[in-house]
Design a binder for this molecule. Structure first.
Ligand code: SAH
Ligand code: SF4
Length: 381
């Protein structure tokens, strides 16, 4: 007599990092679990950073075994882990098929910030950005996005990080910025569930003010973000006129400054912060002249905002140079004199290429069709 066979098709294994709070509740409910179980499991995964079900000691033994058969808790694998002189730390993470993305931890006196990637590469091809230079490969999954925060918290805790807020019982990462590789709003369907997990009280429990999404200006998705998950918004401006922005940020040819400014004003109707952060990378001789400052003042006049001036971080073959310090200061003063809050971003982690725009990972461009090539310049009015 033959022994009974195992069924040939096993139930698909879910990665719990892929679920947003509602998704986890639905998945657990479909297994016959009560809603409080989903919250319990969420706390194990996102607050205690459990990597396997055996650790979940307040679940019955057979419940743990059943979960282990149907689910996993899997963050992207670390390819390289480097720490800069200033304490900034960069994890290079495997995105499969020879692609890699980066997550950057920026420690400060009163907070720990994690800069998170949303795509392997980026199709938007901004002229001064090394991520844009490599082209686009694919969107990260929700699990790969949440996995960056899960991994950073887990690793820093395991290493015994000493920070006052950790001593007080909070997680090492207190602030998240979606400013790593990729355009987060171009991966809206995977990014928003990740944001919901960052905000959820049974997961990371971050307030909306501590979660910032930076976009190059995808106007229709700014509107959707406002309606679905209005976290703090940063907009990469970089130029005060359409003519110049068309060259630096090619998506401007599709969504010019007038529509972008209008979208920013509408965003603030729902936003947790009462201002937009405008990012402005300072490029020597390109966008850093007194006339640019005056045009910028006129442009943002009707938008409650803060200006964050970013010294350009060079990379080989960029064709741009960093504005001299004095010019950056003069630019900031011109804005301040007009009553605009303007700060100069401190460059962090540049000795390990972890500064803004230096995140390159390694991406094999699947498209070879970058935005700049697809949108004709004549479309700009
Ligand atoms: N795609 C999104 C978020 C990622 S880029 C966006 O463009 O907003 C995060 C910030 O770094 C953006 O403001 C971007 O314009 C800026 N940046 C890109 N390359 C840079 C460079 N080489 N030096 C300084 N800042 C750069
Ligand atoms: Fe993409 Fe942002 Fe880089 Fe532009 S600056 S290419 S939108 S990652």
């Amino acid at each position: 007599m033959q022994a009974a066979r195992e069924p040939l098709t096993a139930a698909p294994v879910a990665n719990l990092l892929d679920f947003d709070p509602a998704g986890l509740a639905a998945w657990m409910a479909a297994r016959g679990d009560k809603p409080f179980r989903a919250k319990q499991v969420s706390r194990w995964v996102h607050q205690r950073f459990a990597a396997d079900f055996a650790a979940m000691t307040d679940l019955a033994r057979d419940a743990r075994a059943a979960l282990a058969a149907q689910a996993t808790i899997a963050a992207p694998a670390v390819i390289r882990d480097s720490t800069a002189h200033d304490g900034t730390r960069k994890w290079l993470l495997d995105a499969g098929n020879g692609n890699a993305v980066e997550a950057v931890y920026i420690p400060e006196d009163d907070r720990g910030t994690l800069c998170i990637s949303s795509q392997a590469g980026c199709a938007l091809d901004c002229a001064f950005c090394s991520t844009g230079r490599q082209g686009f490969n694919r969107n990260l999954t929700t699990g790969e996005i949440v996995g960056q925060l899960w991994h950073a918290n887990r690793t820093l805790l395991a290493e015994g990080i000493r920070a006052p807020w950790v001593q007080a019982g909070r997680a090492p990462i207190t602030n998240v910025v979606m400013m790593g590789m990729g355009e987060p709003l171009a991966n809206f369907d995977n990014v928003v569930p990740a944001l919901r997990t960052f905000l959820d009280d049974n997961a990371y429990g971050l307030s909306r003010r501590r979660v910032t999404l930076s976009t190059s200006g995808l106007v229709p998705w700014i509107e959707r973000l406002r309606d679905e998950c209005p976290v703090a918004l940063a907009v990469s401006l970089h130029a005060p006129t359409d003519a110049l922005r068309d060259r630096l940020v090619p998506i401007n040819r599709k969504h010019p400054l007038s529509t972008l400014m209008a979208a920013c004003v509408r965003y603030l109707e729902r936003a947790p912060r009462d201002f937009i952060t405008f990012e402005y990378v300072m490029l020597d001789g390109v966008n850093d002249q007194p006339g640019h400052a005056q045009a910028l003042i006129a442009l943002v006049r009707d938008v409650p905002c803060k200006l964050n001036l970013i010294p350009f971080n060079p990379f080989p073959g960029s064709g741009f140079a960093t504005s001299p310090r004095e010019r950056v200061r003069a630019f900031a003063h011109a804005l301040q004199d007009a009553g605009i809050v303007a700060t100069i971003r401190k460059t962090r982690g540049d000795d390990i290429d972890a500064a803004c725009g230096q995140l390159a990972g390694r991406v094999h461009d699947r498209t070879k069709r970058r935005l700049a090539a697809r949108i004709p310049v004549v479309a700009a009015q």
